[in-house]
Write a protein that binds this ligand. Sequence first.
Ligand code: PGA
Length: 253
Amino acid sequence: MARRKLIAGNWKMNGSRASAVELARGIVEHVRKTPPSCDVLVCPPAILIEAVAEVTRGSPVAVGGQDCHTAPSGAHTGDIAAPMLKDAGCGAVIVGHSERRTNHGETDALVRAKAMAAHAAGLLAIIAIGETLAQRDAGATAAVVTGQLRGSLPEGATAANTVIAYEPVWAIGTGRTPSTADVAETHAVIRREAAAILGREQAEALRILYGGSVTAANARELLALPDVDGALVGGASLKVEQFAAIIAAAGGA
Ligand code: PGA
């Protein structure tokens, strides 16, 4: 089953209106010149989504949020609802990023409810999972990621409305990555577990991204692994040339 790769940039809490527009323009210009053979998504900070969406409109670059609330509206000061993301021009939202799980105490149950809210708003839910270094050292990686997958995948999840991002917590922003053998093994574990939850057909079509210190230098090797269907890129998504090189690596160009 051929799965179309997805290269997603997670801009985190970086940028100004001017720098975000410039970065988006650079990426749009690049994909116009070199049409990608993968899906391309950028996830700016919420307040910059509209400005970025204005730049990407009509281009192959989609826009996503970095988080959403579980409710469609209501008394939730400071939060952003999934329908608001949709209204601002998003097609997707990341839920359960490890920085949310750690900094905001987000549990699998909450992530699951957020993914459900994303689906209800018509957004692609990118559900992030991954083990800490202590869990890896304890040999618990497979148990942790399968547990997070079971706990975070909502009812109604399909390969069309959901993407899984496997991000070892210790690889995020550190310049360290697991060996390609370890990435391959964990992605295979995730797909097997997805088959047990969603059925074989959906699991075969489900895109599983790798994230954590993906760069222009290591992208080709990681993206060549059979169960790696794209990348969730943090730091390297903030530079047009680096993000462009990762997009090229996904296309085998
Ligand atoms: P990084 O971040 O590429 O800077 O390691 C990835 C992520 O947190 O999604």
